[in-house]
Design a protein around this ligand. Structure first.
Ligand code: OFO
Length: 179
């Protein structure tokens, strides 16, 4: 396997596992603040992130590449408000989208068609992940000074179903029915 692409995919595995860590940290923050629906939603998203990492992990193995798991930094653990915590998630998803686009560019430049095609799934996934985080952020901002509004969103987020297995559309139904 092309070594430049292999290295970049390993770095993306790392980024996806960091996403897992960040969502868990945000989930813990919401649990501490008694917003259990938000916490549940973030935990489900953490599971999805682990699935994103493992899909890349499997791709490297299938291609005869070498998986190298890199050390994870500690994510932020405290935010000044629910809106700030959701904004952190939104910013992170925007960052991940940029990384995926760069990875597609690299795979194309290196003529690694198999990786480029596999990454199309992530390109589509990021459109949905950014849109979902953006909607949630704006809804939370709308009710920032209204605890009843926040509790209503919390009830809705509590209904997010468990993450689908890797390879199945992982956010299907979430955006329309649970935000
Ligand atoms: Fe893996 O999509 Fe979010 O970070």
């Amino acid at each position: 396997m092309n070594l430049k692409v292999e290295k970049a995919v390993n770095e993306q595995i790392h980024a996806e596992f960091f996403s897992y860590y960040l969502y868990l940290s945000v989930a813990a923050y919401f649990t501490r603040n008694h917003l259990d629906g938000f916490a549940h939603w973030m935990r489900v998203q953490a599971q999805e992130e682990s699935g994103h990492a493992m899909k890349l992990f499997d791709h490297l193995n299938e291609r005869g590449g070498t998986v190298e798991l890199l050390a994870l930094d500690a994510p932020q653990s405290e935010w000044e408000s629910a809106a700030a915590a959701v904004e952190a998630v939104l910013k992170h998803e925007q960052l991940i989208s940029g990384r995926i686009n760069q990875l597609v560019d690299l795979a194309n430049a290196e003529n690694d068609h198999a990786t480029a095609v596999m990454l199309h799934w992530y390109v589509n996934e990021q459109v949905e992940e950014e849109a979902t985080a953006d909607t949630l952020y704006h809804q939370v901002k709308m009710v920032e000074d209204n605890p009843y509004g926040l509790l209503m969103i919390d009830r809705e987020l509590a209904g997010r179903p468990a993450a689908a297995p890797v390879g199945v559309s992982q956010t299907a139904g979430v955006r329309s029915t649970h935000i």
